[in-house]
Design a protein around this ligand. Structure first.
Ligand code: GLV
Ligand code: MN
Ligand code: MN
Length: 406
C-alpha cells in the first residue's frame, strides 16, 4: 500500500475510538484514548521506535540516531478532538510522523526523532488548551492542575483516573539537546485549495483569547411576568452575541465566536435566570485582539445595565501570536521546493501545539490542503496525494538536517 493511503487509513481507524457513538469525540484522557495509544504504540514499535506515555498522557515514540547522545528533532501534533470532529485535525500530524520514521527504513542519522502525540490541545474538557505541550515545555503549574471539568474532576484527578501519576509531570519536560519541533497539520481553511496548492509553510500563528462570559438576571414564570418587568439573561446574552459578530465583522481579520451557551434553569416556561457562554477572539496582532476583547466586555456591561442584569467574565486563555522560527521556516520552504512543490508561505488562524513548543525551541509547521476548507466537522478530509507530498517534504527536511547536523 502507498504510504499516503496508509496514513489516511490509519487516521480513519483511530477515528473509530470515540466517546460518542456515531461521531468522533475524544477529549483529554477519555477512555478511548487508551485504544488510540495502543494502535499508535504498535505502529511506532513496528517502525523501530521505543514508546512510553508520559504523566499527562502524551504518547512519545523515540527513534534513535547513530549514537545515544545525539540531539533530537521532535515531530508531533495532538490526539484529542473537538466534539463531533473530523478524522484528521491533530492526529494526521502524529500518524505522518510515524510514517516519516517508517520511510527511513532503519537508516540512523546524526539526530534522533521523537514523535509526540499530545494528549490535549483543543481545550474542550477543561476550557483550557495545550495541556500536552505545556507539560513538555514545563508550564503546567499547580493552579492549572486544580482546574475542574464539567463533572467536577480536576486535571490531576483525570490523570490519576487514566492510570498516570500527576506527581511525575515534571518528568514529561523535554530534556537534552533538541534541534527543533516540526508539526504537520491540515490547514483547516480554504486558502491552499483556492490556490490549487497541496502544501503551505506556516510563518506565524494568530493569538487567541478565550473567556467565559456570564449574564445573571432573574428566573420567573414565563406566562405571568410582563415583558417590561423581566430580567431575562438569555435575551441579554443574545443581544450581546449580535454585538460580538458586528465587532468582528468591523475589524479587518478579527474573528470572534460564541461557540457554547448554557441557559439556566433551562425550561420552556421559565424566563432564563442565568447564562454562561464561551468567547473566542483571534488576530495576528495581539494589540488588536486585546482591544477587541475589552470593547466586547464593555458592551456586555452596557447591555446588562440597560436590562437590569449583571455581566461578569473570566479570562481563560490569553495566548499571544507566535512567529515560527525563521531559520526552520527557510529550511522547510527549501524542502518543499526540493520535493517539487511551490513554497507557499501563510499564517495560521487556528492554534497549534507549535505555539507552545516555540517557547522552548525553534518550531515550524507544514500545512496540508483541507478539501472544501472544512475542519472541526465530520466532513474534514485530506487527499492521499497531499499526504504523500508532505511525506516527501519531510524526508527532504530530514536530509537537510542531517547535512547540517549529521
Ligand atoms: C484548535 O483547533 C483551535 O481552536 O485553534
Ligand atoms: Mn482543532
Ligand atoms: Mn489541531
Amino acid at each position: 500500500m502507498e504510504l499516503g493511503q496508509e496514513v489516511v487509513e490509519r487516521c480513519r481507524q483511530l477515528a473509530t475510538h470515540t466517546e460518542e457513538a456515531g461521531w468522533i469525540r475524544r477529549t483529554f484522557l477519555s477512555e478511548p484514548m487508551h485504544r488510540v495509544h495502543a494502535d499508535l504504540r504498535a505502529w511506532m514499535e513496528q517502525a523501530g521506535m521505543s514508546v512510553h506515555i508520559d504523566a499527562v498522557g502524551n504518547l512519545r515514540g523515540y527513534y534513535g540516531g547513530v549514537t545515544a547522545d545525539v540531539p533530537k528533532l521532535i515531530v508531533g501534533s495532538h490526539l484529542d478532538t473537538v466534539p463531533r470532529a473530523g478524522a484528521f485535525d491533530g492526529i494526521l500530524g502524529v500518524v505522518l510522523g510515524v510514517a516519516l520514521v517508517k520511510s527511513l527504513g532503519g537508516r540512523r542519522m546524526g539526530f534522533g526523532i521523537e514523535v509526540v502525540g499530545f494528549s490535549e490541545e483543543e481545550g474542550v474538557r477543561f476550557g483550557f488548551p495545550f495541556i500536552g505541550s505545556r507539560a513538555l515545555v514545563g508550564s503546567l503549574d499547580d493552579a492549572l492542575l486544580a482546574r475542574r471539568d464539567a463533572a467536577g474532576a480536576s486535571i490531576a484527578d483525570a490523570i490519576r483516573a487514566f492510570g498516570l501519576n500527576p506527581a511525575a509531570i515534571c518528568e514529561a519536560r523535554v530534556t537534552g539537546a533538541t534541534l527543533g519541533y516540526l508539526e504537520f497539520h491540515i490547514e483547516q481553511g480554504p486558502v491552499l485549495e483556492s490556490f490549487d496548492l497541496p502544501l503551505g509553510v506556516v510563518t506565524s500563528i494568530a493569538g487567541q483569547s478565550r473567556l467565559e462570559v456570564r449574564f445573571e438576571g432573574k428566573a420567573n414564570h414565563a406566562g405571568t411576568t410582563p415583558m417590561h418587568l423581566r430580567r431575562d439573561a438569555l435575551a441579554g446574552a443574545s443581544e450581546w452575541i449580535g454585538a460580538v459578530e458586528r465587532e468582528a465583522a468591523a475589524v479587518p481579520s478579527l474573528v470572534a465566536t460564541v461557540g457554547k451557551i448554557e441557559a439556566q434553569p433551562g425550561a420552556g416556561n421559565v424566563i432564563p435566570g442565568s447564562v454562561r457562554m464561551s468567547l473566542d477572539v483571534r488576530h495576528t496582532n495581539d494589540e488588536v485582539r486585546v482591544e477587541a476583547v475589552s470593547r466586547l466586555l464593555d458592551s456586555a456591561q452596557q447591555i446588562a445595565a440597560r436590562r437590569g442584569l449583571v455581566a461578569s467574565s473570566d479570562l481563560r486563555l490569553d495566548q499571544a501570536a507566535v512567529a515560527m522560527d525563521p531559520q526552520m521556516v527557510e529550511m522547510l520552504g527549501c524542502a518543499v521546493q526540493a520535493a517539487g512543490y511551490a513554497d507557499h508561505r501563510m499564517h495560521s488562524g487556528a492554534g497549534h501545539d507549535a505555539m507552545v513548543m516555540a517557547e522552548r525551541m525553534p518550531a515550524a509547521m507544514l500545512f496540508l490542503r483541507s478539501p472544501g476548507g472544512i475542519s472541526h466537522h465530520p466532513d474534514e478530509a485530506v487527499l492521499e496525494s497531499d499526504v504523500a507530498a508532505a511525506l516527501a517534504v519531510s524526508l527532504k527536511f530530514v536530509d537537510q538536517l542531517e547535512r547540517a547536523h549529521g
